[in-house]
Ligand binder design. Structure first.
Ligand SMILES: Nc1nc2c(ncn2[C@@H]2O[C@H](COP(=O)(O)OP(=O)(O)OP(=O)(O)O)[C@@H](O)[C@H]2O)c(=O)[nH]1
Ligand SMILES: [Mg+2]
Length: 244
């Protein structure tokens, strides 16, 4: 395996937030030491869509205190996909080598961040995966588990790609993947956004690796997932395949 240290000038971890006032500070404080221990230059970019609960102010305070933390404030809630695209643009402009996605609700374990970064030494796109050996979900009822598994199987079969966890949002992109994808042409949100980026990476010939993770229920606050976002994935998947 190539040493990731040799490849990397900088890791940007993007944390999208909408009403994560009860999570964001503890999450940043948990994740920064993990990034420090990798020995790589790193930036944590919080992308906040003017959360009414004050998440943006907490983020600004963290940025004042911690030199590696930056905040991108957006005027209104535009969905997870738009928030990530804005974050990607900023990270690429800043010449990040690795760009990471992670939920800001502790569903993704900060302790897993170094494992994803390490795996990026041998892959173009690393997915934190619930559905490979060693991965899983905690505290989900049968219905939620079946919906998630079924959704991944549906996307995998329709798209004809061997990826096990297509809907997860814990990822590490090498910048060349994001540069190769026409990001201006990505309009999906939520699950469909995650599926679309991974599908486009595979189609462009990039190497995708899945690293097992244990996904937990969000620690604090409420889910922003909606039926609209879930249904978007149902019709977007065949549309993606048809578009080729
Ligand atoms: N900036 C921004 N962040 C968002 C938006 N919608 C969701 N997020 C963030 O995206 C992450 C994932 O959203 P969640 O609501 O946890 O959705 P989920 O993880 O699919 O659903 P749960 O399992 O119910 O938590 C969280 O950090 C949210 O705060 C948005 O419109 N703008
Ligand atoms: Mg969540």
């Amino acid at each position: 395996m190539i040493s990731v240290r040799a490849l990397v000038a900088g890791v940007w971890l993007i944390l999208p937030t909408f009403n994560e006032a009860d999570n964001i500070e503890s999450l940043v404080r948990a994740v920064v030491p993990r990034l420090e221990r990798t020995g790589l230059p790193h930036t944590v970019l919080i992308v906040d869509d003017s959360s009414p609960d004050g998440t943006g102010e907490i983020a600004d305070r963290l940025a004042d205190e911690l030199p590696c933390v930056r905040v991108l404030h957006r005027a209104r809630k535009q969905g997870l996909g738009r928030a990530y695209l804005a974050g990607f643009e900023m990270a690429l402009e800043a010449t990040a080598d690795l760009v990471m996605e992670m939920d800001s609700d502790f569903s993704h374990d900060p302790a897993d961040v170094p494992r994803l970064i390490a795996a990026a030494g041998a892959a173009d796109l690393v997915l934190g995966s619930r559905y490979v050996t060693g991965g899983g979900v905690e505290n989900w009822g049968l219905v939620r588990r079946m919906l998630s598994r079924g959704g991944c199987a549906y996307a995998r079969l329709l798209l004809g790609i061997p990826v096990r966890d297509l809907t997860g949002g814990f990822k590490c992109f090498n910048r060349r993947v994001l540069e190769a994808i026409d990001l201006a042409d990505v309009h999906a949100d939520g699950y469909a956004f995650q599926i679309e980026l991974t599908y486009r990476a595979v189609r462009a010939g990039f190497q995708v690796a899945e690293v097992p993770i244990l996904f937990r229920e969000r620690r604090e606050g409420a889910s922003k997932m909606s039926a609209r976002v879930a249904l978007e994935a149902v019709w977007k998947v065949p549309a993606l395949r048809l578009r080729g």
